[in-house]
Write a protein that binds this ligand. Structure first.
Ligand SMILES: [Zn+2]
Length: 334
């Protein structure tokens, strides 16, 4: 199974570029930018990763981003992730970035996105990994700030495929950003939103993303399974769900393997993703292997992988190209 997973052609649809900041790179960037880190070594950084819920994770996460300052920093961050993903035979990905986490520190939007975009282009040419960028709004900031960020993005519209919503969900419902997302759609962006696991008021939040925002995909979405009117609607629309098993383990103390299997049984298009792999110490293949170790079959892993290419925001010819690569791999491996 490890070889089957390693060589499987894969797509990743839920990975925060800021969440790919490895401690070694943190130290290198801190030195480059004269930022003082409150740790002696990369090992000490990892030892300080004490997450048990979303807020405890976010506190450490935002603090660590302060080493990202220049265009070169964002280039290095993005290129390192794409290189790692390609080594794991991820052929296509749709990474997130959080511009407000940087613009609020005085780093210009153009600096952030230019570094990311140049790395995407170079990785496509040099490594053969294709990617399309998703811009996320921080839901614990105001709708006005999200709207300003949307406006700032329009000069770079061709570099962004869609928009998402992340960060602390408590008391920050999807409806708070209804106008922002409506305008984003009018500008041609695809829409997704985080519905993290076991959050306050989660079922109402999921209802809003389905009925009020009318998303094209849902990030996480495990709690759709609690209510038939939610999961049957997700299945009926064929919406993708970007589930992150190892990330879930930090929040709910298990990989949600049973829930992922249930999604497949219900015909829901669940996919497997790494979320913040540097923090959870697991990239794509480690997430898939964790599921296998928890009892998932090869057929289930193959279906989850197929779903990712099917719900990716790709033009038809590119989607067909990847699905053909997947099919020929599965036939050869059978
Ligand atoms: Zn996420």
């Amino acid at each position: 199974m490890p070889d089957f997973i390693a060589d499987l052609p894969k797509a990743e649809l839920h990975v925060h570029l800021e969440g790919t900041l490895e401690p070694e790179m943190s130290f290198a960037l801190a030195q480059r930018n004269g930022v003082e880190l409150p740790y002696d070594s990369p090992e000490a950084v990892i030892a300080a990763y004490d997450f048990h819920d979303l807020p405890s994770f976010l506190t450490i996460y935002y603090k660590a981003m302060e080493v990202l300052v220049s265009e070169q920093d964002f280039f290095d961050l993005t290129y390192a992730y794409l290189k790692k993903a390609r080594e794991q035979n991820v052929l296509y990905c749709e990474p997130f970035f959080d511009p407000q986490a940087h613009t609020t520190r005085g780093v210009p939007f153009a600096t952030v996105i230019s570094g990311i975009h140049k790395a995407q282009e170079q990785a496509r040419t040099d490594l053969g990994i294709e990617s399309q960028l998703i811009m996320c709004f921080l839901r614990d900031m105001s709708a006005e700030s999200a709207m300003e960020t949307l406006q700032a993005s329009l000069s770079f519209k061709d570099w962004i495929v869609g928009v998402g919503l992340d960060s602390d969900e408590k008391n920050n419902p999807p409806s708070k950003f209804a106008e922002v997302f409506q305008q984003a759609r009018a500008h041609g962006y695809k829409l997704t939103m985080h519905c993290d696991v076991h959050q306050h008021n989660t079922h109402e939040h999921i209802r809003q993303v389905l009925d009020d925002i009318i998303v094209d995909r849902i990030d996480h979405g495990i709690n759709t399974l609690d209510r038939s009117e939610l999961y049957s609607e997700v299945a009926r629309r064929g919406l993708g769900l970007t589930v992150c098993p190892v990330s879930n383990r930090f929040v709910v103390q298990n990989l949600t393997t049973a829930e992922i299997r249930r999604m497949l049984e219900l015909g829901m298009r669940a996919t497997i993703n790494s979320d913040d792999p540097a923090y959870f110490r697991a990239y794509m293949n480690e997430n898939l292997q964790a599921l296998v170790d928890d009892g998932m079959t090869r057929d289930e892993i193959a279906q989850l992988t197929r779903n990712a290419f099917e719900v990716a925001w790709l033009p038809t010819d590119r989607r067909d190209h990847y699905l053909a690569a997947l099919d020929s791999y599965l036939q050869a491996a059978a």
